[in-house]
Every structure is written in C-alpha cells, then in structure tokens.
Design a protein around this ligand. Structure first.
Ligand SMILES: Cc1cc2nc3c(=O)[nH]c(=O)nc-3n(C[C@H](O)[C@H](O)[C@H](O)COP(=O)(O)OP(=O)(O)OC[C@H]3O[C@@H](n4cnc5c(N)ncnc54)[C@H](O)[C@@H]3O)c2cc1C
Length: 475
C-alpha cells in the first residue's frame, strides 16, 4: 500500500500574519502537512523587527500589542512565552497642542471626547466654543460610515480634529483623520453611532471601555522584543522557511496552485494544494490580478502611508522626564516657529521598565504621515539630526547619542478609508484554496493580524477537508 502525500500549503509573506497562519495550519493539519513560507526579505517578521541599540534589544517596528484583545496574549501562552510578557510602567503620555505640551486628556475614543470640557485646555477660545456644536446640531447624519475628520470637524470643530484625533490616528495608522473611515479605524464609535446617532459625544461616551472590559494593562510586549513573536511562531509552525524569495505570480495548477518566486538562484515554482497570501496590499493586487481580479482591484484601492522610526540610545544618566511619550498635533509649530519633523516620540525607557540599560536609555521618534513623503526624502543622518533637534525643543534632550538607528517603513501602514469593510470583504472573496491574511484586512494591530492568520488557516483547512471528501485531495 502506498502512502498518500500530505497536503502542501504555501504561505506567502513571513510577517506576523503569515506566520500566525503557518502556525495555525500546523496545529490544525497536524505533523504530516507540508507548510512552506516564502518571504521576500532576508529575515522573518515584516513590521516586527528589533535591533541592538545601546546594549538593549529595541523594537524599531511594532513595539507593543493591545492586551485588551485576547489574540496576542493567548498566543504567547500557546507558544510558552507568557513568562516574557511585560507591560508598560504606567507613566502617562502627553500631546502637543496649541504650542504647549499637555497631559493626554482622559475619556476620549481615539481623541473624540466623551467629556468635551476635559479637552478644553488643549483648545483655543474658538476651539472651546466649537465644542458646543455637537449638542446644538440635531442627530448625526450617519449612514454607517464617514470620514473620521469630516465627522469630528462638523460636530466638534477643526481643533479637536487637528489637535487630538489626528495625532492619535497618526500614531496608529500614520494616517490623517480626514482620510480614514470611522467604521474601520474607530469601530467602537461606529457601533455606538449605529445604536444611537443622536450625538457624537454621546456615542463616544457609549464607546468608552466599560464594565465588560477585562481588567489589567492595556498594552503588552515581550521582554526580549516583540520581534521574537514571529520567530516563535515560525519555530512552532515547523514550516520550511525560504527567505529572499519574492513571489511574483500565482497560477491555477490542476486542483491546486502554482506559486512562482524569484530568489538568489533565479526563478522557481512551488506547487501547493492551497495558498495563504499574507502580504501588503500592493503585493496582493499584483498576485491576485489573474486569479481573482475583483479582489485584486479591491487591494488596489488600499492606499499606504510611509514612515520612519529614529531610535536613539542616550547616556544612561540622561534625565528623560516622566512622560512615556508625546504625540504632536497637526499644524503644530516648534517654539522657533518652524514645523516639527517628528510626529511622535515614545520615551521607551520611561514607558517600559525593562528598557533601561547600564549603557544607555532609549527612545523612538517617528516621522511621516500619510501624504507627507517629502519629509522622508533625507538620508539617515539628516533624519537623526532633525529628530534630535525636535527632541531638544520638545523634551530638552540635548545629550549626544551613544548610538542611533533609522528604520524606514515604506508603505508600512494601510489606510482604511470610508467603506474599507466592503473592500476587505471583496479581498476575502477568493477562489477555493486561496486565503488572505494581514494588515490590509481588519486592523493593523498585531492582535488583528494574528486573527486574520488564524481565519486564513481555518479557511484553508476547511477547503482541504472538503477536497478530501470530494476525492480531489489524497486522504
Ligand atoms: C513603524 C510601525 C510601528 C507599528 N507599531 C505597532 C505597534 O506598536 N503595535 C501594533 O499592534 N502594530 C503596530 N504596527 C502595525 C503592525 O506592525 C503591522 O500592521 C503588522 O505587523 C503587519 O503584519 P503583516 O504580517 O500583515 O504584514 P507585514 O509585517 O508587512 O509582513 C508581510 C511580509 O510579506 C513579505 N512580502 C511582501 N511581498 C512579498 C512577496 N511578493 N513575496 C514574498 N514575501 C513578500 C514582506 O517582506 C513582509 O515580511 C506598526 C507598524 C509600523 C510600520
């Protein structure tokens, strides 16, 4: 009796979503399945990446995950990494608005105030006066989605949009409030407006985390760096990882798929029973164009924002102050009247107790919002100099760095515009044996990306089971 070949699944993209899919395929399909990960870079991890800086291991891409969603914390338990889970110190952050640095106001949903007077200190007299607009207007004209900026400007004035909402959304999406859709980027607010559109402030109040929110810290990371999560997923997936392989085409082949990849030794093909595409939107557009044209067109509609992280190690005795970070409102100016180059700084050694070293303390400045690519057209030394100048003006930090690193994230974050949910649904409507995962779909955060990896694995496992039943795949 001959043994039937085990199913082979190719995962394209070795970021956290692709590796989550690979891991979940392994736990679902068992030991016999052949799982191949094709990754264009020379390292796994995608936007989860860490470097040695001033004797510390510092994340220069994603640095933390939302711990109030279960996916990341649960995965760490599953991977045996829960002992390495750490939480922020609890130091509070600040926001630069109207030429001064303020404490981050409480009770906002992505900057939309549930308690308008509490944000009054960030606003001018005119801005404070505009806070009443929401109460004076009738119900919100809500048909299921709107631009965040458009909605906030109409109901609470431009200053709330520019000084609060824009910097908060900029921190997560590198995006602008005016271009991002409420439903995909502030889903709790959209759900509250669905229930009761009588006022934006009331919806924000209803959307605040309430009694059902699990207790405990809001964010978590790994003591050894968040970049260890994709590495651990890859090990647990027991996948055949092929680095420096850029997948250039996808074709139907028999009852399965043929994946064409360019690598150091030329172009090769890998045949598979099923394929998970866990790559950013431009790669999805290209790989799906022949096999799923509508999904490809949907991917083409997703725009991307580029940014850079400038990580600085400063001498260990540097006084970093007490804030965990500062976000900078749009249109804000430095004390000398020139624009800020950085849009935010995370004072990592204040935010994370494990990131205080004997050789250095560390912080990360981020540069670049959607539509502002010019600011990134400088060499690394110029970006470091601009970040240092801003940090001197913002936090009084003038110490000579011990070490610096610039990480560039070209097209790093997808922009979820109005109606993104429908676009994501088109992206997921794929022929049998194909699935997508990753930040292009239902959230850019690490937990959301893990969830898409799991969902893609479940779709593929169901397809393989159905194929086995039909007899188009060996048992
Ligand atoms: C600077 C920055 C900071 C962030 N901070 C946070 C944070 O603190 N917390 C948080 O939750 N999220 C954060 N995010 C968002 C989060 O990191 C990403 O949304 C998430 O990691 C995306 O994972 P992914 O697997 O979908 O995509 P990616 O990480 O982009 O992985 C896709 C992989 O596919 C590979 N690839 C692309 N094309 C091909 C091809 N044709 N063939 C083969 N391989 C290909 C790429 O090289 C890449 O490795 C941040 C993002 C950035 C850019």
């Amino acid at each position: 009796m001959t043994t039937a070949p085990a199913p082979r699944v190719v995962v394209v993209g070795g970021g956290v979503a692709g590796l989550a899919a690979a891991h979940r395929l392994r736990t679902t399909l068992g030991d016999a399945a052949e799982i191949v990960v094709l990754e264009s870079a020379r390292v796994l991890g995608g936007k989860l990446a860490a470097v040695e800086l001033g004797g510390l291991r510092v994340d220069v891409g994603a640095e933390a995950f939302l711990a109030r969603r279960p996916e990341a914390s649960d995965r760490l338990v599953e991977l045996g990494l829960s002992d390495d889970l750490v939480h922020p110190s609890g130091a509070s952050s600040g926001i630069r608005a109207g030429g001064a640095t303020h404490a981050m106001p409480p009770r906002t949903v992505m900057g939309v105030p549930a308690d308008p007077p509490a944000v009054g200190t960030l606003l001018s007299d005119a801005g404070r006066a505009a806070l009443d607009t929401d109460a004076r207007l009738g119900p919100v004209a809500w048909d299921g989605d709107d631009s965040v900026g458009g909605l906030v400007r109409a109901r609470l004035g431009d200053e709330v949009a520019d000084r609060l909402v824009d910097p908060l959304l900029g921190g997560v999406y590198s995006g602008r409030a005016d271009g991002l859709g409420v439903r995909a980027t502030v889903p709790a607010l959209a759900a509250a407006l669905d229930r009761d559109p009588s006022s934006l402030v009331a919806a924000a109040r209803a959307a605040l985390p309430g009694g059902t929110t699990p207790p405990g810290p809001v964010f978590g990371t790994l003591r050894t760096s968040l970049a260890d999560l994709p590495a651990a997923l890859a090990v647990a997936a027991r996948a055949e990882v092929r680095l420096a392989r850029t997948v250039t085409a996808l074709e139907h082949h028999g009852t399965g798929w043929r994946v064409v990849a360019a690598g150091p030794a030329g172009t090769g093909t890998t045949d598979a029973d099923a394929v998970v595409l866990a790559v950013p939107a431009p790669a999805l557009r290209r790989l799906l164009v022949d096999v799923a044209p509508d999904a490809s067109a949907a991917a083409a509609g997703i725009e991307l924002a580029s940014s850079a992280v400038v990580a600085l190690a400063l001498p260990p005795d540097t006084d970093l102050g007490t804030r965990s970070g500062v976000l900078i409102g749009s249109g804000e100016r430095r004390p000398d009247g020139t624009p800020w180059t950085i849009k935010a700084v995370t004072v990592s050694s204040v935010k994370w107790p494990h990131l205080v070293g004997e050789e250095a303390v560390v912080l990360r400045a981020s540069i670049g919002r959607y539509g502002e690519n010019d600011v990134l057209q400088r060499d690394d030394d110029e970006l470091v100099a601009a970040a240092r100048s801003d940090l001197a003006a913002l936090l009084g930090l003038t110490a000579e760095p011990v070490e610096t690193v610039v990480a560039r994230w070209g097209g790093g974050l997808p922009q979820y515009g109005v109606g993104h949910g429908a676009r994501a649904a088109r992206l997921e409507a794929l022929p049998p044996g194909l699935a997508v995962a990753g930040a292009a779909l239902h959230g850019v955060g690490v937990p959301a990306c893990l969830a898409t990896g799991d969902a893609a694995a479940a779709r593929i496992a169901a397809h393989l089971a159905a194929s086995r039943t039909r007899g188009t795949l060996a048992p």
